[in-house]
Design a protein around this ligand. Structure first.
Ligand code: PXL
Length: 294
């Protein structure tokens, strides 16, 4: 039955053009039956991939918004944060999690810091240090390989063996989260696929899902992945089913976008595939790994 009280506090920016952050999280999670309550960190004319973007930073207003929510005694089934623009914003998210903590509750942190071995322009060592603290408050984290290495002070390697990836996942969970994932992982000798690896410290199981490599990059794919994962876990899916659904959704969305010869910086055309989130799901490609021996 639809439960109107299943609210998700979504702490991200709002970008007018180019599907990222809230413009991805809201439609995905609403399609999955949740009420998304946005706490915008900034409003942008477009995502930052599109030159000339205009930005209004809302950091100085966030605590006032939060205080209003506290006065209304709002409760959230999940708290979900993504791209954050400054150490101050990370501190505000940490306070938010402490203030609105209840049990059971899903706290998902996508520690957006960088990709392909480098930090994004707006990130720096202080942001990495603050993000290391924020993940200790989460129960699910979804870094890519670059972010996982930064969070653990490991040198970035574009390819890691499965054994190394399992070690990284376990080390991430040792900082607090019950579930850690690594998106966009590549393993030696396989150029045709990328992988999502995940570890659940609750049952000590490692999972892997493969994705066919598509030679195109779109901003917001990480936000899409983490939004679907959040919705699936909140709907009660097991971790491998959540991973499988998120990977299948993204692959289909990328394929739907790819054929249009469209400007990649505008993100993926999720509107084309949102109905898939409610279609019967056929599990495809998850694998249980023998991680304890890895
Ligand atoms: O998480 C992706 C993202 C979020 N927010 C803004 C962005 C991007 C990626 O380009 O520009 C403003």
């Amino acid at each position: 039955m639809f439960n109107p009280r299943r609210r998700i506090a979504a702490i991200h920016d709002l970008s007018g053009i180019g599907k990222v952050s809230l413009t991805v999280a809201i439609p995905i999670l609403a399609s999955m039956g949740f009420q998304v309550c946005p706490l915008p960190t900034a409003v942008l004319s477009s995502n930052t991939e599109i030159p000339g973007f205009q930005l209004v930073d809302l950091t100085s207003h966030m605590r006032d918004f939060i205080n209003h929510w506290k006065a209304m005694q709002m409760e959230f089934s999940a708290i979900y944060s993504g791209f954050l623009g400054s150490p101050d914003q990370i501190e505000i998210v940490t306070e938010f999690i402490d203030d609105f903590r209840r049990s059971p509750q899903l706290v998902v942190v996508d520690p957006v810091l960088g990709d392909d071995g480098s930090l994004y322009h707006s990130m720096n060592g202080q942001m990495v240090e603050e993000m290391k603290k924020l993940i200790t408050h989460a129960n699910v984290i979804t870094p890519n390989l670059t972010e996982a290495c930064a969070l653990l002070d490991l040198p970035y390697q574009p390819e890691m063996s499965e054994k190394q990836l399992c070690r990284v996942l376990k080390d991430l969970c040792s900082h607090g989260p019950t579930i850690s994932m690594i998106t966009n992982a590549r393993i030696p000798g396989n150029l045709k696929q990328t992988f999502v690896y995940a570890y659940n410290a609750g049952d000590k199981k490692f999972w892997k899902v493969s994705c066919d490599y598509v030679p195109a990059q779109y901003p917001g794919t990480g936000d899409t992945f983490t939004s679907v994962i959040t919705g699936c876990l909140l709907q009660g899916d097991s971790l491998p089913i959540a991973l499988d659904r998120a990977v299948q959704f993204i692959s289909t969305a990328i394929r739907a976008t790819y054929g249009y010869g469209y400007d990649n910086r505008h993100g993926i055309l999720i509107e084309k595939v949102l109905p898939n989130l409610n279609a019967p799901f056929t599990p495809g490609c998850f694998e249980l790994l023998n991680g304890e021996e890895s």
